[in-house]
Write a protein that binds this ligand. Structure first.
Ligand code: KG4
Ligand code: ZN
Length: 330
């Protein structure tokens, strides 16, 4: 049997466990969703998230083994998200992994959640052609990185304040739409005209992102214009987001040799983003790589795959990644 790693991901609101082979084949992937727990708050309630992980974690691990038809003895190691994320939630995963590792006599490898995302595009099958530029746009992060290969990663820029997904969610709330805001704001945007000149924060300032100014501009506009056509507000907001994401991606793709442009994270579901990215890749003659959304949003399989990098390359005690600008101990 191929080497298998058990992946555990509890950085936010879902308890996710997966069993993955060294080639990225997913033997099982089980998620205990907490959507019901947080729905009434319009966001994630950290204390409840941690408690829900406590009840779900062991049954989820058990189910993952059952679905894969293998036993703990068959695995090579355990990969677990060590951060960034909600501390109470992370601790449940980390302590569970440590306990299981001790009990089963298996090594436990702590993985930076963002590194997991960066590796997610090669789950199930190798999709990325390296070198690649990768854009991570999720509820928690906005990040642009260049990958020479799966382990040599350079962080180009990261979010200085609100992530794109967070901004979508907040604008969604301002427009009286449900949570999460992304899909509903996108849909509303298709019915409006992008006639409002919202700012494109930090568009020409390197690779770091800043979206909170855009969010505030939408709030101020709605305050000042009670008669505002919401569809036009949504369309103008989405266009501003796309302009910023595409401008920075375009500069990165021109500056760093890339065969693929990879987009991961929940916002990669945006039809507008997919369309703009396709146009950009066409223009620059780069292959657009959009992995299936189930692996591009939070999951445990990406954590397991990233853990293999440590196992397969024992000389790399610390991956060649510089995400320490913002998040310690990558
Ligand atoms: O990666 P993800 O599923 O979860 C975490 O970050 O944990 O990302 C969730 C984010 C939410 O903010 C949601 O509003 C956004 O992805 N999202 C979208 C779309 N679908 C989900 N944003 C824009 N357009 C969409 N169609
Ligand atoms: Zn994530």
């Amino acid at each position: 049997m191929k080497d298998v790693i058990l992946g555990i991901e509890t950085s936010c609101d879902d308890t996710a466990v997966a069993l993955v082979t060294s080639e990225g084949t997913i033997l099982s992937s089980v998620v205990a969703s907490q959507l019901d727990v947080h729905a009434e708050f319009g966001g994630i309630y950290p204390e409840f998230a941690a408690r829900a992980h406590i009840s779900a974690i062991l049954p989820t691990v058990h189910q993952a083994f059952k679905n894969a038809g293998i036993a703990p003895n068959d695995i090579k190691a355990i990969g677990v998200t060590r951060g960034p994320g909600l501390i109470g939630s992370l601790l449940v995963g980390l302590n569970t992994a440590t306990g299981l590792g001790l009990g089963w006599n298996k090594p436990v490898i702590g993985i930076n959640h963002l590194r997991g995302h960066l590796r997610s595009a090669d789950l199930e099958q190798k999709r990325v052609r390296y070198p690649a530029t990768i854009l991570l746009v999720s509820g928690g992060h906005t990040l642009l990185a260049h990958m020479k290969n799966p382990v040599e990663i350079t962080l180009l820029g990261t979010t200085l304040d609100d992530s794109v997904g967070e901004c979508y969610d907040k604008v969604g709330r301002m427009l009286g739409l449900g949570y999460p805001g992304g899909p509903v704001v996108d849909r509303m945007a298709t019915k409006g005209l992008p006639s409002i000149p919202f700012p494109r924060p930090a568009i020409n300032k390197g690779f770091d992102f800043s979206f909170s100014g855009l969010k505030s501009a939408v709030a101020r506009y709605l305050d000042a214009h009670p008669e505002a056509v919401y569809e036009d507000v949504a369309a103008s907001y989405v266009l501003a987001v796309m302009d910023v994401l595409m401008k920075k991606s375009s500069v990165a793709l021109k500056q760093y040799p890339s065969q693929s442009f990879v987009i991961v994270g929940g916002v990669a579901a945006s039809p507008q983003l997919r369309e703009e990215a396709a146009k950009l890749c066409n223009k620059l003659n780069v292959e657009l790589c959009l992995p299936p959304l189930r692996w591009s949003t939070d999951n445990a399989a990406m954590v397991a795959l990233a853990a293999f990098d440590y196992l397969n390359l024992p000389t790399i005690t610390k991956p060649v990644v510089d995400l320490q600008l913002k998040i310690t101990d990558f």
